[in-house]
Design a protein around this ligand. Sequence first.
Ligand code: GSH
Length: 199
Amino acid sequence: MSTYKLSYFNMRGRAELARYIFAYAGIQYEDIRIEWVNWPTIKPSIPFLHLPVMEVDGVIIHQSLAISRYLAREAGLVGKSILEQAQTDALVDSLNDFTTLIPWNEKDKILKKKLLDDLFDNEAPVLLQNLENQLGNKDWFVGDSVTWVDFYWDVCFTTFITLRQDFAANYPNLLALKDRVEAIPQIAEWIKNRPQTVL
Ligand code: GSH
């Protein structure tokens, strides 16, 4: 049995997808939450200087999606064929592309609002319509069972609504998928008990 240590800040952010997969698979891990005040001291010791990182039996993996993909493989959540895996990866990348466009670190409030308005008015509908088309009336994005991109949708949804509350209101199938993910008993349990943070 491997030992896992996941290090991130005290936020859902880029570690939450990994935490969903740990919860779903019932894998024990250390959920290390570094305080921002301690980060400058810790940062030089972290490979590639960003969080999250995950230590597996002493080996450190960086990049949140590499971490989550590794765990998803362990948990049987990557798709049942290499074609399904490619479809799943592509959807994960599309959600991630949008996430990286969000001006997280913009300090100028007026500029930040302008950038967010532009993103949610112009970019989000393209992403959401394509996701809605991919999902159709199926239960899950890819194949006939849950994969890690279904989890990633719920993780992204939970954060995006803090930026624009009604951003997915016109996409009923995507809203139903979010409910379906949150109703998975292990995920429901994690959501109920996880540390409450804004992001
Ligand atoms: N592409 C990387 C991933 O997905 O893991 C991005 C990592 C990243 O930018 N992490 C941020 C961070 O470490 C937090 S979300 N910020 C502190 C810093 O860069 O000093």
